[in-house]
Write a protein that binds this ligand. Structure first.
Ligand code: SAH
Length: 223
């Protein structure tokens, strides 16, 4: 991390207290990472004053950085113990990627918009992360080269868990993602046992669609 004076320490502390701890996130390592990662650095400077507020913020290409609580919840549900190999689909700003990289050994992340991936890469580099590899492409097919993964997080919603992601998940691995349509989604955890996925539901959420071969077709993007 750069040594530059961080004006946002107090805002982050407030965010952690009011949006993360008070809403039930309990894992202390997860909570501490939200104190540390400078969320404002991942968004356009015009939104810096809102960076620690309780709502999603716009990125380019109509995409959004999720609200801090949902990032924390998904991270807690992934259950990282510090040496997992994690695949993230939907790099977006790279904020969730940084949170994951703080908590585990290696993070592989895939984004379909080149501009978003490149901006995220620059931010993550400036902040000094060395355990992240980025790829541009359709993450609904996973990233076969580095499979299998201990954990997979998808930050865009699909009708079902894409089969390539199930195939690239290790036995006893976990996948966290939103399932549903633009009309309603559930946050689910999938656990892989004997090649089959067992689904646990953690309630309603709202994400942009996963656009790709094993997600939604492109023409439905704005449906
Ligand atoms: N986790 C991000 C939020 C991402 S929003 C953050 O912290 O900022 C979801 C992202 O998924 C968007 O950037 C969108 O472009 C991307 N996406 C949608 N479909 C995708 C696909 N098939 N492969 C990879 N990325 C995809």
């Amino acid at each position: 991390m750069s040594a530059e004076f961080d004006l946002y320490i107090a805002s982050r502390e407030k965010m952690v207290r009011e949006q993360i701890v008070s809403r039930g996130i309990k894992n202390q390592q997860v909570i501490n990472v939200f104190r540390k990662v400078p969320r404002h650095k991942f968004i356009d400077q015009q939104y810096w004053k809102e960076a620690y507020s309780n709502y999603p913020l716009p990125l380019t290409h109509g995409q959004t950085i999720s609200q801090p609580y949902i990032v924390a919840l998904m991270t807690e549900l992934l259950e990282l113990y510090d040496d997992e190999k994690v695949l993230e689909i939907g790099t977006g700003s790279g904020y969730q990627t940084a949170i994951l990289a703080e908590l585990t050994k290696t993070v592989y992340t895939v984004e379909r918009w080149p501009e978003l991936s490149q901006a995220a890469q620059q931010t993550l580099q400036e902040l000094g992360y060395k355990n992240i590899q980025l790829q541009i492409g359709d993450g609904s097919t996973g990233w076969q080269e580095h499979a299998p993964y201990d954990r997979i997080m998808v930050t865009a919603s699909a009708p079902n868990i894409p089969q390539p992601l199930i195939d690239q998940l290790k036995e006893n691995g976990k996948i966290v993602m939103p399932l549903g349509s633009n009309f309603g989604q559930d946050l689910v955890v999938g656990e892989k046992h004997k090649g089959e996925i067992k689904i646990f539901n953690y309630g309603k959420c709202v994400f942009v669609p996963l656009i790709g071969d094993f997600g939604w077709a492109k023409e439905k993007e704005s449906a």
